[in-house]
Design a protein around this ligand. Structure first.
Ligand SMILES: Cc1ncc(COP(=O)(O)O)c(C=O)c1O
Length: 399
């Protein structure tokens, strides 16, 4: 809660120092340590007989450290999360008509991976309080053709992994057994569900170190985690032309310079998350008692990384009025909110052509009501206060 006097004071201090966006273009913080690590890796590569190598050090060390942090047996570094999701789907050897259940409120990467591997997307509803795939809806949508469940941990929070794994166990595929739960952890690196790090419980976890993510490796990068030896060998082979297992492959390798920077970022990750959480908690207080806004919910059994700060607007404000609020924040206060995400099938014909089970009323309603308020580990308390004061001011004026 901020009273009117405080609101005025926060606004009069002037605009935020940074032009904040709902998903800032650098999601982590870079310092001299990253620069030094990158320069040292380049210097090592200057020896003609070594160059940048073939997934040599420090890539294996980064993989081991990351896997240990997550609590998984294997870590396989890749050039971005997308190819990791593709590998998870290709490993299933889907046949035409095979189905994978994917949350509707989603980025396009996971559903496109299903399409790329020749499968059919079956859209699952998401829970409006957490924006995560709803295990009850998954149970309803499982058919004899279901081959996997895609748990996409949306916007910093984890899905109810235990419940999804339980649903998968209760509905085994006739030929392949319990359904694998594939975790897309691109937006929730470092998040925890019931005491377990995301990416450690499912069949595999796929992480993104893209510039906007909780930790970043020079713009692009990703990691696959798994406890499955065979899948780990498949990924190591697939990321470099299928050399070691004579399977199909292309080049999806990470560079040594990225891995060197990744090791530094990993050491800082928990502090980045702590900084996001501190800002989020302060923001919860400031936005409490604004009846039109439901701030993000953190279930007691999970740790939210607040990759995004995802709010839901009241039903009467859905769509046009929500969009007016977003425009007003941008035009009058220089703060950009984003909608992450409306159901992924809405604007992509290719996803519609390879899917069934839509439209989804609940997910579409969420898509018309959600908006993400900028948050970042380097955001100052003053900027956080300015953004909240501006948001309350805009709501007041639009009432
Ligand atoms: C939920 C989700 N999955 C996957 C990806 C793909 O990550 P990358 O850019 O590393 O391929 C993203 C990227 O924004 C994402 O948000």
């Amino acid at each position: 809660m901020i009273d009117k006097q405080e609101r005025r004071a926060f606004l009069e201090r002037g605009r935020a120092r940074v032009r904040w966006e709902g998903e800032p273009l650098l999601g982590s913080v870079y310092g001299e340590e990253e620069v030094e690590a990158a320069v040292a890796a380049i210097r090592r590569a200057m020896t003609i007989s070594e160059g940048f190598g073939f997934s040599g050090e420090p890539i294996p060390t980064f993989e081991r450290e990351f896997a240990a942090y997550i609590g998984a047996k294997h870590g396989i570094a890749v050039n971005s999360a997308g190819p990791g999701l593709d590998m998870a789907m290709r490993y299933l050897r889907l046949e035409p008509g095979d189905e994978v259940i994917v949350p509707a409120v989603n980025f396009v990467a996971a559903p496109l991976a299903v399409v790329g591997a020749g499968g059919t997307i079956v859209w699952g509803e998401v829970d409006p309080s957490t924006f995560q795939l709803d295990p009850d809806d998954v149970a309803r949508k499982i058919t004899p053709r279901t081959r996997a469940i895609f748990s996409v941990h949306m916007n910093g929070l984890g899905a109810a992994m235990d419940d999804l794994i339980e649903v998968a166990r209760r509905h085994p595929h006739e030929r392949y057994g319990p359904l694998p739960v594939v975790e897309d952890v691109a937006r929730a690196c470092g998040g925890v569900s019931r005491g377990r790090k995301l990416g450690s419980q499912g069949f595999c976890g796929v992480f993104s170190f893209h510039t906007m993510k909780n930790m970043a490796t020079l713009g692009e990068g990703g990691m696959i985690t798994t406890n499955d030896d065979d899948f780990a060998a498949f990924c190591r082979s697939t990321r470099f032309y299928g050399m070691t297992t004579d399977c199909w492959g292309t080049s999806n390798v990470m560079t040594t310079v990225q891995a060197a920077v990744g090791r530094v970022q990993l050491r800082k990750l928990d502090d980045f998350i702590a900084a996001r959480r501190r800002l989020a908690h302060r923001r919860h207080e400031m936005l409490a008692d604004v009846p039109e806004i439901t701030p993000p919910y953190e279930p007691p059994d999970r740790l939210h990384t607040f990759y995004l700060y995802t709010c839901l607007i009241a039903p009467e404000w859905a769509g046009e009025k929500r969009d007016r609020l977003i425009r007003m924040m941008d035009e009058e206060y220089g703060v950009k909110f984003i909608v992450a995400n409306a159901p992924a099938y809405l604007n992509r014909k290719i996803l519609q052509e390879h899917s069934r089970g839509w439209p989804l009323a609940q997910s579409e309603d969420i898509g018309r009501r959600l908006f993400c308020v900028p948050i970042h580990p380097a955001m100052s308390d003053e900027d956080n206060e300015f953004i909240c004061a501006a948001l309350i001011e805009c709501i007041d004026r639009l009432r």
